[in-house]
Design a protein around this ligand. Structure first.
Ligand code: FNR
Length: 366
């Protein structure tokens, strides 16, 4: 289909499924075990309903906001996903170029197919980018990477903590991984096992001994704000704040790690309550990712206290199907959907969006 016939994020998934090679489709689309968490991530949004206000002048709507001090046209960022070249020969720089024209922040993955510098070099002079870090068992490798990232102007360091080992993504494991140049993907790794799918081939170096006490060390090697990606409870959100992190991403890794982990939107309200109760919410930025597919999903997350949302697979699908123009088109769709929801809800700017605009009685404990 032509790009003009793409009406929403799901359309890109349909196209990607038909154009991607089977191993790429398996790696991008898989969740862990029975994929219950993966499916729940989006359907959890269906339990939240709106309380729209009318008779507000909504002629001019401003969707722009700030995340970690950087301006952005929308409260969303393209989250880190590994192995961009499985989907498009140019890999992650495709996302970078679209972010540049649309004023959107990209989180660069440790396990990108392009080199870190290629991705940074593809960005415009004032284009904000963040770094996603998988912590290496060899801390010197991580230290060098973090210091380099800071010198290249990264505005935030997101440490992924929900992957002390890789989840069983069985669709992916059934594929024998051989696609990419092994030298490229094993840059940070010591050993590459290639007989159990893409994820396993690239992730051996991740340190399962990572713990809260390591935050002090990260703070000693960088001035970038540190955020923890993969928090899944209110208790850990509170701990992240107490250990001096700038924020968190509530995330279950797109349902690719612990099956039956809760979806981020389901726990967002209780996380915000816990932070407020402990007086830790000021200046602490809470992001969520997983299953965000509509402008209305973004609105619900902002209403419940998120500073912004991360979106993964839909951008991989747009990139794989249509390259830079596909990613730009998907960003434009999110822009127009979100703007429409704001208008229907009777708000004209992000700071007007409040918790009483959503009905969360169908969320447990509320
Ligand atoms: C991911 N995710 C991820 N996260 C991370 O911290 N480092 C990584 O290398 C990857 N790689 C990765 C690959 C693929 C193919 C997917 C789909 C996901 C998780 C990602 O950042 C995010 O948490 C989820 O993708 C969000 O869910 P949605 O938007 O894909 O539903």
């Amino acid at each position: 289909p032509r790009l003009e016939e793409m009406y929403n994020s799901f359309d890109f998934e349909t196209v990607a499924r038909s154009v991607l090679k089977s191993d790429a489709w398996a790696y991008y689309s898989s969740g862990s075990d029975d994929e219950i968490t993966m499916r729940e991530n989006h359907s959890a949004f269906h339990r939240i309903w709106f309380r729209p206000r009318v008779m507000v002048n909504v002629k001019d709507v401003d969707t722009s906001t700030e995340m970690l001090g950087s301006r952005t046209s929308l409260p969303l960022y393209i989250t880190a996903t590994a192995l961009g070249k499985l989907g498009h020969p140019e890999g992650e720089v495709v996302l970078t170029k679209a972010c540049k024209t649309r004023d959107i922040i990209q989180m660069i993955p440790t396990l990108a197919s392009c080199s870190f510098d290629e991705i940074v070099n593809a960005a415009g002079p004032n284009q904000a980018q963040w770094l996603q870090l998988y912590v290496n068992s060899n801390r010197q490798v991580s230290e060098k990477f973090v210091r380099h990232a800071e010198s290249r102007g990264m505005k935030g360091l997101f440490i992924t903590v929900d992957a002390p080992q890789l989840g069983h993504r069985e669709k992916d494991m059934r594929q024998k991984y051989s696609q990419e140049d092994p030298d490229e993907i094993s840059r940070n790794s010591t050993e590459v096992v290639r007989d159990q799918g893409a994820a396993r081939a690239i992730s051996n170096f991740i340190d399962p001994s990572l713990c809260w006490d390591d935050i002090a060390w990260f703070k000693s090697i960088t001035n970038m704000p540190i955020l923890i990606k993969g928090v899944q409870t209110a208790q850990d959100a509170v701990l992240a704040a107490k250990y001096g992190c700038k924020g968190i991403v509530l995330s279950n890794h797109g349902g690719r790690q612990l099956d039956f982990a809760p979806s981020a939107i389901e726990i967002l309200a209780e996380v915000m309550d816990a932070l407020k109760r402990e007086n830790l919410d000021k200046g602490f930025e809470v992001y969520i990712d997983g299953g965000i597919r509509r402008g209305s999903d973004i609105f619900k997350a902002i209403a419940l206290g998120a500073k912004g949302v991360g979106i993964g697979r839909p951008f991989l699908y747009a990139m794989s199907s249509y390259g830079v123009e596909g990613v730009e088109k998907l960003l434009d769709l999110f822009q127009s959907e979100f703007e429409m929801v704001m208008r229907f809800m009777g708000v004209t700017k992000i700071s007007d969006i409040t918790a009483d605009m959503v009905d969360i009685r169908n969320i447990k404990d509320h």
